[in-house]
Design a protein around this ligand. Structure first.
Ligand code: 4AD
Ligand code: MG
Length: 433
């Protein structure tokens, strides 16, 4: 087999009339008398290859028509324009080499249950909807980096292992670190706060870990987050940065992933109007609105999933809910000088019940108040010496937020459960594959 002329299926159109070789996996084999069609997927696209019995000889014909799904093959042939074929062209086969056979493939076009699919996630990734999801994910991640790069943010890689609890003690994965207690990062925030004092505008992007014992469609135990942190930004600036980022990311997905979103049957007309300003409602007004709709929640309670859904249905745009009661939020949020029962923070709720995609706040920059909050929450004080230092050596107003990649993707792709938005989901009871 000549490999010099190996091409990717995505580029086939530009090779029309030429003889090329593709390498990939067999999707289907159909025989119509003396002609057979072997559909091959190479990871960049899918192409129909056409075999004519009398041109190939008996041995090759028999091998090709007997190919099992997912066999690895190299196919050589001439590229022909064929408007009826997917991708607009097909390959008239001159040779086909079986590189590796396949056993009976467990995934069939019939409907499988979600547990079966997740058990076979390593194979499920080969299906067209999953390709589409992974491509949208890659585009969204790239868009995030481009957004911050264009604004002169410096990317900071923050540690996964830490002695400090980033968010709350309730959902920690703990591990032994040479005799010391260490935790898997729930957030990179505390570290980007330190970096903001060095570089002003920074962000981290990475996996974060929460031992969420609840089974919901919005929770993973390992999820990815982008967390910008900006020196001299207040809570208002912070919300503006969030709506700009979300608008940019959604716009990029719509602009560059049209094909993928069509495969996922996502109606993009719901995404096209997304642009600033997003509606803003204070927590206190949100409680009044929810109580008016029959909720019995009390001022001070955190919003539940249903409450968020109701609020998100008040607009076609994402909705900011700001200034929550401090007992509902993490220790590092700045006390609201106009109402000390609340903190200067916000959540951003995606439309249509996709839930909270961003959590952000202005940070407590007063040493005494921050120390009091660490004590109040009974956090291991000795682990926060360095974090408190940031308030001892030139403290400064600063704000930041975390945008959850999988939840944002759930909204963009129209999938209701976050488990499909990450290549290998980690959830309660799921560590394999
Ligand atoms: O609201 P959270 O907990 O905020 C923080 O971690 C802050 N330290 C961020 C910051 O200010 N730098 O989480 C931020 C976002 C949520 O809005 C949600 O999108 C996502 O992270 N998220 C989860 N996604 C999937 N599974 C989980 N268990 C998640 N927990 C949070
Ligand atoms: Mg949150």
């Amino acid at each position: 087999m000549v490999r010099e002329d190996a091409v990717e299926v995505r580029d086939l159109r530009q090779h029309a009339g030429r003889e090329v070789t593709i390498q990939g996996w067999v999707q289907t084999v159909r025989e119509h008398g003396k002609v057979a069609f072997v559909v091959v997927r190479d990871g960049t696209g899918v192409v129909q290859t056409v075999l004519v019995q009398k041109q190939l000889g008996q041995a090759l014909w028999q091998m090709a028509t007997g190919l099992a799904q997912e066999s690895t093959v190299a196919v050589r042939g001439t590229v022909r324009k064929e408007p009826r074929a997917p991708g607009g062209c097909e390959i008239a086969v001159t040779n086909l080499v079986l590189l590796a056979g396949s056993e009976e493939y467990p995934l069939q076009p019939k409907e499988h249950g979600i547990d079966f699919l997740l058990d076979h996630r390593h194979l499920w990734l080969r299906s067209s909807q999953q390709h589409a999801i992974l491509r949208v994910r890659a585009e969204v991640e790239q868009a995030i980096h481009d957004f911050f790069y264009a604004r002169n943010f410096v990317r900071i890689d923050t540690p996964i292992l830490s002695g400090a609890i980033g968010e709350s003690a309730g959902t920690l994965f703990e591990t032994d670190y040479f005799g010391e207690r260490a935790f898997l990062a729930q957030t990179g925030q505390l570290y980007v706060e330190a970096a903001a004092a060095a570089l002003r505008k920074v962000y981290c992007f990475g996996p974060t870990f929460r031992a969420e014992k609840s089974k919901t469609r919005r929770h993973l135990t390992e999820f990815w987050m982008v967390e910008p942190e900006v020196a001299f930004a207040d809570s208002e600036d912070n919300m503006r940065l969030q709506e700009e980022l979300v608008t940019y990311v959604v716009g990029r997905a719509v602009e560059r992933c049209g094909e993928e979103l069509a495969i996922l049957e996502r109606d993009t007309s719901a995404l096209e109007p997304v642009r600033p300003p997003f509606p803003r409602i204070s927590y206190t007004d949100a409680v009044a609105l929810l109580r008016g709709r029959g909720s019995d929640m009390q001022w001070g309670d955190d919003l539940g999933g249903n409450d968020e859904t109701i609020l998100s249905q008040t607009s076609d745009l994402p909705v900011f809910v700001y200034n929550y009661p401090r007992q509902a939020k993490a220790f590092y949020m700045k006390e609201n000088p106009e109402d000390p029962r609340t903190v200067l923070c916000n959540d951003l709720l995606a439309p249509d019940g996709y839930g909270e995609i961003v959590g952000g706040s202005q940070r407590e920059d007063d040493h005494g108040r921050l120390l009091a909050r660490i004590r109040e929450e009974q956090l291991p004080e000795h682990a926060y010496g360095w974090y408190l230092d940031l308030r001892r050596y030139g403290t400064f107003p600063h704000s930041g937020f975390g945008l959850g990649i999988e939840r944002t993707l759930a909204w963009i792709t129209g999938r209701r459960h976050v488990r499909e938005l990450i290549p290998f989901p980690r959830m309660l009871n799921r560590l394999t594959p």
